[in-house]
Ligand binder design. Structure first.
Ligand SMILES: Cc1ncc(COP(=O)(O)O)c(C=O)c1O
Length: 286
């Protein structure tokens, strides 16, 4: 009996979902034709659906749940904050948790990263980073007003707002919006699994990077920033930026050991371009 009630509850919810919602990157016709999983709760690494079935959350809720679901320390900290205040604007006001968190982040960040500007999503963080880099060159001690463009890699994904889409490189996400997007400087990165130069690592000595360096050097005077995913090129196929190996989905954590070289590479490119490395989404990749 209880099982039957659950089944009907599930059907009703599913129908309401299909009637009232749109899901990201989802073809509505396909979504409506298929049965959907409805997740009701979670425990550690597992999601549990409305019928009590457990699923290993293999994508960590799209890479943001790095500590597992319902960690008691995190839930308790959130509950304690809610008892104080749920939201207060940062425009003209500040508050203790935000100050403490910023201090801790700066202590963890590499030396030259000394300020925090909060945002609420990856795409918004990207928009902010683009604006900060752009504004820097307009207003720094020796302004360089020609530095208004951004460099990024083919197959990149940086979010779904207009600025973040502009610096992305996945055609299927961009094709409808081309007229909205601003022009950027872009070239393929290191992708040894399907090398666009048809070479093999390590004999290639990263010939693909020569091209990247050449393009950046050519455009250095107009580049405001280099935009690059720090460890792997995320959404499309999980490409490791360096040493350029393809990381199979299930083995993503292996990519972490390459982080240092990819960070160095990104900073070296930025130095070459005499522009700012725009660092984003580090938390998404770890
Ligand atoms: C590398 C990278 N940057 C930016 C984003 C956008 O983040 P959000 O979905 O929080 O806007 C994503 C999201 O998948 C991402 O993988």
């Amino acid at each position: 009996m209880e099982q039957e009630a659950r089944f009907f509850a599930r059907r009703q919810l599913e129908q309401a979902d299909k009637q009232y919602l749109w899901h990201p990157f989802t073809q509505q016709q396909d979504w409506e034709a298929e049965a959907q999983l409805i997740i009701e709760r979670a425990e550690g690494c597992y999601l549990i659906d409305i019928e009590g079935k457990r699923y290993l959350d293999g994508i960590s809720s799209l890479w943001v749940n790095v500590h597992g679901h319902r960690r008691q320390e995190i839930n308790q900290a959130i509950a304690a904050q809610l008892e104080l205040v749920a939201h207060s604007t940062f425009l003209g006001l500040t508050h203790p948790s935000a100050i403490e968190f910023a201090q801790r982040l700066v202590r963890l960040a590499p030396g030259e990263l000394t300020r925090v500007f909060y945002s609420d999503t990856g795409a918004a963080a990207m928009e902010i980073a683009l604006k900060i880099a752009f504004q820097y060159w307009q207003q720094c001690a020796s302004p360089q007003p020609r530095k208004t463009k951004f460099f990024s890699l083919h197959s990149a994904y940086h979010g779904d707002t207009v600025g973040a889409m502009s610096v992305g490189g996945i055609e299927i996400y961009q094709q409808v919006y081309h007229q909205l997007l601003f022009p950027i400087v872009q070239t393929p990165g290191a992708y040894c699994y399907r090398c666009h130069l048809h070479k093999s690592y390590p004999e290639c000595h990263f010939a693909c990077l020569d091209e990247v360096e050449r393009i950046i050097a050519t455009h250095a005077e107009e580049l405001a920033a280099v935009v690059m995913e720090p460890l792997v090129q995320g959404l499309l196929v999980y490409l490791c930026i360096l040493p350029g190996i393809h990381v199979p989905y299930g083995r993503l954590p292996n990519a972490i050991r390459y982080s240092l070289s990819s960070m160095k590479w990104r900073q070296a490119l930025a130095r070459r371009a005499e522009c700012l490395p725009v660092n984003m989404r580090v938390s998404r990749q770890t």
